[in-house]
Write a protein that binds this ligand. Structure first.
Ligand code: ADP
Length: 596
């Protein structure tokens, strides 16, 4: 009930369009009633062979209602579909606006296919809420009142019978359909989402499933879920069909009752024979307003379940607030300094903190490399700097101001991150690069690709910049994907640059070349490099070694080499790994699909 009230409150914005659509619905059914009444009058009167002049009004009435019915139906569809599409658009906007601040802290706990089902299928379910569930009962109620009053001016007995039988059919049948079909509707919404998750996961992880011999098992799961969806749909459709039969029964029972009451009245002279025909057909035509109600009732539980799933996202509280109104902007003349002061952070539910009392000051245009073993907390620094989370202790400042003072938009324009995970989108190489700077020209694109050591590779592809890279860039090698992501950041050229494992997936020779050209490009920018690969570190002002959330060592590479600490161990291990490689396996594998 709460969901229904909330949904109606959201739709209040469209009250005038909704009122217009309902009024046109009433006018359509009203024209149908008028058409049937005028036709009944014409046919019944014609049997008595009156002069043509007596039939003129009825003839005009048939023509008028015949035309107006079509016109009103057309206008009603036009207005109701227009309002439905507006409602749909608004729901999508609400959904995405609510989702954005939840990324990634909250969405990490959600499944992407489930979110997709909520954003697409559940929102689309709600389009039926207005057309199918909300408008028809209002139209039916108004038709009952209107036709009841009209019949009342003619004769009160048949009018009362009509109103009572109409109301009983319009209430009892849909309520029965809702009661019987509610469980199926709710189950259908969650099963459909489960099916989407199983299919999406199955497609994404197809290669792994096949390698581990789990393909058939996944197929069985998908089969079972799609079978459940069909069964639930069938069950709900059966209740709707029974409801439709109930409406037909109600219609004819009402006409029969009116006849039973009115025929003796004709005998008593209180009712004319022609009047009897008019009333019976008008009553029958009025039931057109009840016909959509079983379908409305069938969909209601499904739509409310879908609305619940959407409201669950709208109600999620972001982990960090976005001070959009009171925020300050990072200006072009601001110094790009970054300070971490006694920063501590624990992920929700984690037993160990990811960072403990982390202190670091990076001056404008300085370069700091944070190195250390995996799981040490390096990427967490980048996540905190972008305010994906807020520190649980201490604070971070950008240009001397706390991060919390900036709007998310301004902060993310000032701090550009090359994240550890490369997210590429289905499209061409050009599309993926332009994502960073939609207005960039070819010279800028070439320069960014050149910096990331990708220009020759792109030019060698048969389709060059228009090369289609497939879903998630799957038609590129891991190293090519990484360089494309780096080129994207180069194109953005933000004042503060955070490079999280920028060269993962590259062979040591390319790695060194890419690192040097990237550092050259970002000369004068404030750079934080996060890496476990000790490459080009001689170009950094300070190295911070992070281990299990704490700073284990810090200094210049030369200073750190003199102590026999973690940095020295990482350095020696990397040298050992390099010397054990043959020139052959130093090469990054080319992707044959790309014609290289
Ligand atoms: P590094 O970048 O040095 O490999 P991370 O910063 O990614 O280390 O991780 C530090 C610790 O935090 C690890 O123990 C890791 O398991 C944990 N961690 C990282 N991301 C999350 C997350 N989203 N939720 C919970 N724990 C996380």
């Amino acid at each position: 009930m709460n969901t229904l009230v909330r949904l109606l409150r959201l739709l209040a914005v469209f009250r005038w369009q909704i009122a217009a659509a309902v009024a046109l619905g009433v006018a359509t059914v009203g024209s149908g009633v008028g058409l049937m009444a005028a036709a009944a009058f014409l046919i019944a009167s014609a049997a008595l062979q009156p002069s043509i002049a007596e039939l003129q009004v009825a003839i005009v009435g048939v023509r008028f209602f015949g035309l107006s019915r079509g016109l009103f139906r057309y206008l009603e569809r036009l207005v109701s579909h227009d309002v439905t599409l507006r409602i749909l658009g608004r729901f999508r906007r609400w959904f995405f606006r609510a989702l954005e601040p939840l990324v990634p802290a909250r969405t990490a706990e959600m499944r992407s296919a489930d979110l997709l089902t909520r954003a697409v299928t559940d929102v689309e379910s709600l389009q039926n809420f207005f057309i199918r569930a909300m408008a028809p009962p209002l139209v039916a109620a108004l038709v009952a009142v209107g036709v009841g009053l009209l019949l009342g001016t003619y004769s009160s007995g048949p009018a009362l019978i009509f109103v009572a039988a109409f109301a009983a059919t319009a209430v009892v049948v849909p309520v029965a359909v809702i009661r019987l079909g509610a469980a199926a509707g709710v189950a259908l919404t969650s099963t459909r989402s489960g099916l989407a998750v199983a299919v999406a996961d199955g497609i994404e992880g197809m290669a792994d499933l096949l390698v581990f011999g789990q393909g058939e098992r996944r197929q069985r799961l998908v089969d079972e879920l799609s079978q459940s969806c069909s069964t639930l749909r069938e069950r709900a459709a059966r209740f709707e069909a029974a409801g439709n039969a109930g409406v037909v029964l109600g219609t004819h029972a009402t006409v029969l009752l009116v006849l039973v009451l009115a025929i003796p009245m004709v005998g008593e002279g209180r009712f004319t024979g022609v009047g009897l025909a008019v009333v019976c057909l008008a009553v029958m035509a009025a039931f057109e307003a009840v016909q959509p109600l079983p379908a409305a009732a069938r969909g209601l539980s499904e739509q409310l379940a879908a609305a619940d799933r959407i409201f669950a996202i709208l109600d999620e509280c972001p982990v960090v607030d976005d001070p959009v109104r009171s925020s300050v902007e990072f200006r072009a003349d601001d110094v790009a300094t970054v300070e971490f002061r006694r920063v501590s952070f624990s992920y929700p539910g984690a037993t160990e903190p990811a960072l403990r009392d982390f202190d670091l000051e990076i001056g404008d245009g300085c370069r700091v490399a944070v190195v250390g073993p995996s799981g040490g907390g390096k990427s967490t620094l980048a996540a905190l700097l972008l305010r994906f989370w807020d520190p649980t202790g201490g604070g971070i400042r950008l240009a001397g101001r706390p991060l919390g003072a900036y709007s998310h938009h301004s902060l993310r324009a000032a701090v550009g991150v090359l994240p550890q995970r490369t997210d590429l989108f289905t499209g061409t190489i050009r599309d993926n690069l332009l994502l960073a700077e939609p207005e960039a020209g070819q010279i800028d694109l070439d320069r960014a690709a050149q910096t990331a050591d990708l220009l020759d590779t792109i030019r060698a592809f048969p389709d060059g910049w228009e090369t289609w890279i497939g879903e998630h860039g799957m038609q590129l090698s891991g190293g090519q994907r990484r360089r494309l992501a780096l080129a994207r950041l180069v194109l953005r050229d933000p004042p503060v640059v955070v490079l999280d494992e920028p060269t993962s997936g590259l062979d040591p020779i390319t790695e060194n070349r890419v690192m040097r050209s990237t550092l050259e490009f970002f000369k004068g920018r404030t750079i934080i490099l996060i890496t476990h690969r000790l490459v080009a570190l001689d170009e950094f002002d300070e190295i911070v070694v992070l281990d299990r959330g704490c700073i284990a060592e810090r200094g210049t590479p030369a200073q750190l080499m003199t102590t026999n600490g973690l940095y020295r161990q990482l350095h020696d291990a990397q040298r050992l790994e390099l010397s054990s490689r043959t020139p052959f396996n130093l090469e990054e594998p080319n992707n044959p699909a790309m014609g290289q």
